[in-house]
Ligand binder design. Structure first.
Ligand SMILES: Nc1ncnc2c1ncn2[C@@H]1O[C@H](COP(=O)(O)OP(=O)(O)O)[C@@H](O)[C@H]1O
Ligand SMILES: O=C(O)[C@@H](O)C(=O)COP(=O)(O)O
Length: 426
């Protein structure tokens, strides 16, 4: 039997976010890092497979190429429905990549219609009348308006997506969604007749997502943030079960590596420092000056791991980041930090860390690749959108790891996540 849902996620933390929601709805999920070279046997035991790409901010043609490779792999593994996962804040530019990837997947699947909804009410992302809200404010008034690569200044998703697609974009508004699966399906039929190819779907609650999930049963392709995933497993008769999230027992030293500069991560770093636990700050200017900052961080780790969790972080407030970027260039600073934190993560694992929190999407990508991890089993949720995972290291040992999206997680995430892992295993 093949897999039910084949997912293509446009970044690594987003992929675990999606996998987490599928697991919570009862599916057994495997997350693969990039498209595997080998055959479909990796997915043998899973109801869903999530392929994590790093395609959110690359040129649109590259994102399309990677997504089509992922699609080919998922189809060869027997996927019955394809789920394209993007950010709950719809991170993209007028050049893409959400529109071009969606249309390329539609063409490859030979389908004339799909839906689009980044709604994730558990993390306060809601869509009403096609407009995206983050907490109590429109997307355009949220921190996303200042994003360095994908500034989001228009909250009207019909217009945002329409600027990225050849196909016409329409709306399934909340009145219809509240009416249930039949009403939604009738609206989809009407939109199809009008020649609409993609419809933004409103959702302000998990109940809306469950109704949408039932309505899109049988569509070859759905596109969404992670929220829609809570409404899909029921289409295959799958029900929530604790067994879906079981991981092997944890052990080894505990560490946090944070390269995220998001608001929520800044709060989490501050909270960790306030708790008086061991922490080491990675300064990009010292790396640029040729100092062996990774070596210093690892020496610090060696003296403090016994009192862990320890924190190695480059997280700073926006003003400091701007100053560093002004001196080094944004891309260069990012790359220096990512390379250093990836080396630190490798060194931590060599020194016996087996429980690792990584904060930030780009940072997670760099760390996971440096550790040679090719797949993740998804375990229990720590906070909405963030699960513990288990990965096989190249030497066969198990590493418990969580990849935290910058804007997710409560203030005590860097300490509270570790006891939760022990509790779940007992
Ligand atoms: N102190 C710093 N100065 C400049 N750039 C930094 C600093 N710390 C982290 N960065 C870079 O900022 C980017 C953060 O992206 P990411 O890891 O996706 O997290 P987030 O999106 O939550 O901020 C990475 O490229 C990282 O290397
Ligand atoms: O959908 C979401 O918000 C997340 O899953 C996600 O993709 C976050 O991206 P980063 O903030 O870049 O980690």
């Amino acid at each position: 039997m093949g897999i039910r849902i084949g997912c293509i996620a446009d970044d690594f933390t987003g992929a675990t976010d999606l996998a987490n929601n599928l697991v919570r709805a009862g599916m057994r999920v495997v997350q693969l890092i990039d498209v595997p070279a080998t055959g479909a046997d990796l997915a043998m035991d899973a109801d869903a497979v999530v392929i994590a790409l790093k395609s959110r901010t690359v040129p649109a043609a590259d994102a399309v190429e990677a997504s089509l490779r992922a699609l080919a792999w998922l189809r060869s593994a027997g996927a019955e429905q394809i789920y394209f996962k993007y950010c709950s804040t719809f991170d993209s530019t007028p050049a893409g990549n959400i529109g071009p990837v969606t249309e390329a997947l539609m063409d490859a699947l030979g389908t004339d219609f799909t839906i689009a909804t980044p709604a994730f009410p558990d993390n306060e992302r809601t869509v009403f009348k096609g407009h995206l809200f983050v907490g109590d404010v429109l997307l355009s008034a949220s921190g996303m308006r200042h994003h360095p690569l994908t500034p989001m200044t228009d909250p009207d998703l019909v217009s945002v997506l329409g600027a990225q697609t050849v196909r016409a974009v329409g709306l399934i508004d909340h009145t219809v969604v509240a009416g249930g699966a039949e009403a939604i399906r009738a609206r989809i039929d009407a939109l199809r007749e009008e020649g609409i190819g993609i419809a933004i779907a409103d959702a302000v609650s998990n109940d809306d997502l469950v109704r949408l999930g039932a309505a899109v049963q049988g569509l070859p392709l759905v596109t969404a943030g992670s929220g829609l995933a809570i409404g899909l497993p029921a289409n295959w008769g799958v029900v929530p079960s604790r067994a879906a999230a079981q991981l092997p027992p944890p052990g080894g030293h505990m560490a946090v590596v944070s390269g995220s500069v998001s608001v929520a991560t800044n709060r989490q770093v501050q909270e960790f420092l306030r708790s008086g636990r061991p922490a080491f700050s990675v300064d990009p200017l010292r790396i640029a000056a040729g100092e062996d900052v990774a070596g210093q961080a690892l020496a610090f780790a060696e003296s403090n791991l016994a009192d862990g969790p320890i924190l190695i972080y480059s997280t700073e407030a926006p003003d400091t980041i701007r100053t560093v970027q002004g001196r080094l260039g944004a891309a260069e600073a990012g790359e220096l930090v990512e390379r250093t934190l990836a080396r630190v993560a490798q060194g931590l694992v060599e020194r016996g860390v087996r429980r690792l929190v990584v904060a930030g999407g780009e940072t997670s990508g760099a760390v996971v690749q440096a550790l040679g991890i090719t797949g993740l089993r998804i375990g229990p949720q720590i906070d909405p959108g963030v699960p513990w995972c288990a990965a096989a290291l190249p030497d066969g040992d198990t590493l418990h790891i969580t990849l935290k999206s910058g804007n997710f997680g409560g203030p005590d995430f860097f300490t509270a996540s570790f006891p939760l892992l022990d509790e779940e295993a007992s």
